[in-house]
Design a protein around this ligand. Structure first.
Ligand SMILES: [Zn+2]
Length: 135
């Protein structure tokens, strides 16, 4: 059983701040910034690619609720909502979880986005590959 399944089951203690039928939210043991929390599915899904869309919908609503709650209590006013899916994306526990990371002035945390330049033709080719229609 994975470490997050053990936390969900209560076999490993955690600092739980929320629970419903589908999710728990806990304070991350490694506080990247003060208030860093994780929303964890109660059921084991390896990552976002395995998450049912219905669960994802509930997750989205909960993420907004908890983001506002955490910001309201801690007064950060800024937050990263972050999911790592797969080892190249930095996933270290293979059980779906969403990071809520409040951001503060000079908090020392760095998230870097590269700025790769594509030509218009490259953009059009990529868009044609990725475009999907709503079901
Ligand atoms: Zn698990």
């Amino acid at each position: 059983m994975c470490v997050f399944c053990k936390i969900v089951n209560g076999d490993i203690p955690s600092h739980k701040i929320y629970e419903d039928d589908d999710f728990i939210a806990i304070l991350d043991i490694a506080q990247s910034t003060i208030g860093h929390a994780l929303i964890i599915t109660k059921k084991h899904y390896d990552n976002v690619f395995a998450l049912p869309e219905e669960t994802a919908g509930k997750l989205g609503a909960l993420a907004v609720k908890l983001a506002n709650h955490i910001n309201g209590v801690l007064g950060a006013g800024n937050m990263n909502l972050l999911n790592n899916a797969g080892p190249l994306a930095g996933q270290t526990v293979n059980h779906f979880h969403l990071h809520l990371i409040p951001r503060y002035e000079n908090d020392g945390m760095i998230i870097k986005f590269d700025n790769n330049k594509l030509t218009e033709a490259e953009f059009n080719d990529l868009r044609a590959k990725l475009e999907i229609t709503k079901k």
